[in-house]
Structures are given as structure tokens and as C-alpha cells.
Design a protein around this ligand. Structure first.
Ligand SMILES: [Zn+2]
Length: 51
């Protein structure tokens, strides 16, 4: 399952992580800190939805 930002379309894939924001491959969405913000537009984690 991936998680998508509803504003800009950025998506997070737990298998890949996102090394541009220091999230290692294999990091589950649940394990990402609650203060995570979209690296593109800054939207908060709670606004993301699963796809
Ligand atoms: Zn975004």
C-alpha cells in the first residue's frame, strides 16, 4: 500500500522509503513520525490517504 498527498500528488511507498527526507526503505507508514510533512508541499501526515 502507498500513501498519497491529496494536494500535490506526492506518494510514499514503504518499500522504497524516501531517502531525500531520510526515511529508509522498508519504513512502514505507521512508523513515520506524526510531524512528517509532505516533502513537496508541506501538508501534514494526517491528510495523506492510502492507495
Ligand atoms: Zn504534497
Amino acid at each position: 500500500m502507498k500513501y498519497m498527498c491529496p494536494v500535490c500528488g506526492y506518494s510514499y511507498d514503504p518499500e522504497l522509503g524516501d531517502m531525500s527526507i531520510d526515511i529508509s526503505p522498508g519504513t512502514a507508514w505507521e512508523d513515520i513520525p506524526d510531524d512528517f510533512a509532505c516533502p513537496v508541499c508541506g501538508l501534514g501526515k494526517e491528510a495523506f490517504y492510502s492507495i
